[in-house]
Unconditional design. Structure first.
Ligand code: LLP
Length: 434
């Protein structure tokens, strides 16, 4: 829930990465996203240590959709991690960050012909085909470019992880991939193997996000290996890689109980190895963690602008951000933990934290437990590193906050705060059509 460097001093001031929330707010303004370098590094190392223990060693592709900017891509490249991108925009970010293109997986249920061509020209490591139409398009594009496209087929294994319906992806009735049912997956393999400019490297199956149990990950691996074994027997096709996506849950509230990542991954790898027939090498395991790398590294600092008690006694506290910088409470009923900077956490009271956007539904935390809070205080919301900045908007023409990185008492901007000029940068003046 908290960044690994979180601490409070004797005046209850909150510090992240050795930097006080107050200093960060005064230096960069609010609302402000802050990312803790040490937490991201710790998470990366945790995954990497499990991947290094595998035979053959596994490989990680951070899911850029959770949080991506040029500096983040640069940081990942430095860690020798790969990147999962889902759009031309994410790909362009990687290109600008001089990312190693061979370490890119290109995902998405819709990729435009231009995006596919760009990805192939840049030499991405894998294109994940999501439909037969797309497989044909990738083949045609690769033929034009006189190359072989490295392809994974996205499969839906029919595994329902217990997570919010909007972020569940493993079930058969899904807009993603080829169902492992009624021979749909067999047909996809037949088509892929028949196409002269497709090099089928393996399979992908991401079953959902914010998953707490271990079993769905293991079942996914078993299901994929069962299919792979059948393909080996029937066609002598053996995949180089199996990609199980991301989805490892994180802690947003004290009640959340995330899985032990290392244990899950080693169990998955064990499944791959024990189900591999003699004479074959176990497929290399690929993973795509997003949330589990950045969520708990991130906090958002808001300034309190008003408090009020309404008839019935509810105590509202209104902050200078909201659904524009964190849509998750409104979209998924996501629950966050918050603290007031500079105040003891000994005696807490119920508050409803409201955002600044013109909607009654813009409630950041419906049932927050906070120290007595006043206008002018800084409110820190924890666990906002994933899918907050990434899903932010300019609703109500509010500029997006800045993103600052903190480490060992230093801070640096990764993304500048948007200005009013930025908001207008794509606008054209009014002109009469007549
Ligand atoms: N790989 C694929 C193919 C995915 O679709 C996703 C997430 C990931 C990896 C990364 O999953 P993670 O490790 O972050 O759980 N906006 C939602 C989450 C949507 C997840 C979409 N796919 C939220 O805020 O909860």
């Amino acid at each position: 829930m908290f960044p690994v460097t979180y601490r409070r001093d004797e005046h209850h001031q909150i510090f992240i990465g050795g930097t006080s929330v107050k200093d960060l707010a005064e230096t960069y303004g609010t609302p402000l996203y802050v990312l803790d370098y040490a937490t991201m590094l710790q998470r990366i190392r945790q995954f990497q240590s499990a991947l290094d223990k595998m035979h053959p060693p596994g490989e990680a592709f951070y899911a850029g959709k959770a949080f991506l900017c040029t500096a983040m891509a640069g940081f990942l490249n430095e860690q020798r991690w790969g990147l999962d991108v889902v759009s031309g925009g994410e790909l362009y970010t990687a290109v600008k960050a001089k990312f190693d293109m061979a370490k890119i997986v290109f995902h998405g249920n819709v990729k435009t012909p231009e995006e596919i061509e760009t990805a192939l020209r840049y030499g991405v490591g894998y294109v994940v085909a999501d439909s037969l139409d797309e497989l044909l398009l990738v083949n045609e594009t690769a033929r034009r470019l006189d190359m072989q496209a490295p392809v994974l087929l996205r499969l839906t294994p029919g595994i329902e992880a217990h997570t919010h319906a909007f972020i569940r992806t493993g079930q058969f009735d899904s807009k993603f991939g080829f169902a492992m049912k009624d021979g749909i997956h067999d047909e996809a393999v037949s088509v892929a193997l028949s196409l002269s400019h497709i090099k089928l490297k393996g399979f992908h199956a991401h079953i959902g996000s914010q998953i707490f149990e271990e079993d769905p990950f293991v079942h996914n691996a078993q299901k994929l290996m069962g299919f792979v074994l059948r393909l080996w027997e029937q066609r002598e096709f053996w995949p180089e890689v199996l990609d199980i996506g991301g989805g490892f849950g994180v802690q947003y509230t004290p009640g959340d109980d995330p899985p032990d990542v290392e244990r899950v991954l080693l169990k998955v790898n064990q499944t791959l190895r024990t189900m591999t027939p003699s004479g074959c090498q176990a497929p290399k395991l690929l993973i795509e963690p997003g949330r589990s790398i950045v969520a708990e590294a991130g906090i958002t600092i808001y300034r309190v602008h008003a408090t009020k008690v309404v008839p019935g006694g509810r105590h509202y506290v209104a902050v200078d951000g909201g659904m524009g910088d964190n849509i998750r409470p409104a979209l998924y009923q996501a629950v966050y933990t918050a603290q007031v900077d500079g105040k003891s956490v000994e005696r807490l009271f119920p508050y409803t934290v409201a955002g600044r956007y013109c909607e009654s539904g813009d409630i950041l935390i419906p049932n927050a437990s906070l120290a007595p809070i006043e206008t002018g205080d800084y409110l820190v919301v924890f666990g906002t590193g994933a899918y907050n900045y990434a899903m932010s908007s300019n609703y109500n023409r509010v500029p997006r906050p800045a993103v600052a990185l903190v480490s060992e008492g230093q801070s640096k901007l990764w993304v500048k705060r948007e200005t009013y000029q930025d908001l207008l940068s794509q606008d054209l003046p009014w002109q009469n059509l007549g």
